[in-house]
Design a binder for this molecule. Structure first.
Ligand code: SF4
Length: 265
């Protein structure tokens, strides 16, 4: 995903923050005389609190944007980064709806920002297992084999759907792989495996909620393709999954620990 994908989420958040600040400023100007009737210092105190609140959010957003665009971790804590975009997401979605921007475009941009932040903060990822989390809709509807809930090895590798290729990638790189039928199963698998990071394949809506639910666990999102409509015989570009696996593999296995240490100097 290019810079353009990330720009949409960041631009709406920045524009919305500016509008909200202007609105609060006007409201403060109108109610300041009433506040002064209670205490002469009250308008100043309320104004200072509002300015401080906006300054914190604006600085947080600025650092997130810088981190996402440069690919460098500029915030000392990934948890702060996660909190900033988690807080901003519903606000951005609401503003986008008001100005007529589609939800999926905003969610794709959010996923691009998230992936860039995961990349920027990769030296903070602890060594450990990487989980490849797949949606059930990737399996061919005509396939008679049950592969969900830990039964992925039932796949016969016939090649009728992309599961065979994903299974081969998981074997090649030593990844844990699960096909989940929903959020509850996905959460229980994550709790069981306790991965260091997740590569999740899904649609815009499921990826967005999965990424937000899993914070601060790093989740790299790869969008699926839906040539037959949503939730039915979907597919995914194996090259993009392979890129994500290679990115995590070099940081989460033994070699990755060495590289991470090198990077930290
Ligand atoms: S590749 Fe595996 S999951 Fe897909 S249709 Fe063949 S056996 Fe079923």
């Amino acid at each position: 995903m290019g810079l353009g994908d990330k720009r949409l989420f960041i631009s709406i958040a920045a524009g919305g923050l500016f509008l909200l600040a202007a609105f609060v400023g006007v409201a403060w100007f109108l109610i300041a005389p009433r506040l002064a009737e209670f205490h002469p210092d009250l308008p100043g105190a309320v104004g200072l609190a509002a300015v401080s609140g906006f300054a914190v959010i604006a600085i947080g957003l600025g650092l997130v944007a810088l981190s996402a665009v440069t690919g460098q971790r500029v915030l000392f804590s990934q948890r702060i980064t996660a909190t900033v975009i988690r807080v901003l997401f519903p606000f951005v979605l609401m503003l986008a709806a008001i100005v007529g921007i589609g939800k999926d475009a905003v969610k794709r941009s959010f996923i691009a920002v998230n992936n860039a932040l995961v990349g920027a903060g990769r030296d903070t990822i602890r060594p450990g297992k990487v989980l490849l989390l797949l949606p059930h809709c990737l399996q061919a509807t005509s396939c008679p084999h049950k592969i969900t809930g830990g039964l992925i090895e039932n796949c016969r590798g016939c090649g009728k759907c992309v599961i065979a290729g994903l299974l081969a990638l998981a074997h090649e790189h030593g990844l844990a792989l699960t096909v989940a039928t929903g959020g509850t199963l996905a959460r229980s698998v994550i709790g069981e495996i306790d991965p260091a990071a997740i590569i999740a394949v899904a649609c815009e809506t499921d990826l967005t909620s999965g990424i937000r639910d899993s914070y601060p666990l790093p989740v790299y999102g790869v969008l699926n393709e839906r040539p037959h409509g949503p939730c039915c015989d979907t597919t995914v570009d194996l090259g993009r999954v392979d890129d994500a696996i290679r990115f995590f593999a070099e940081w989460c296995d033994g070699q990755g620990r060495g590289r991470a240490a090198e990077q930290r100097g």
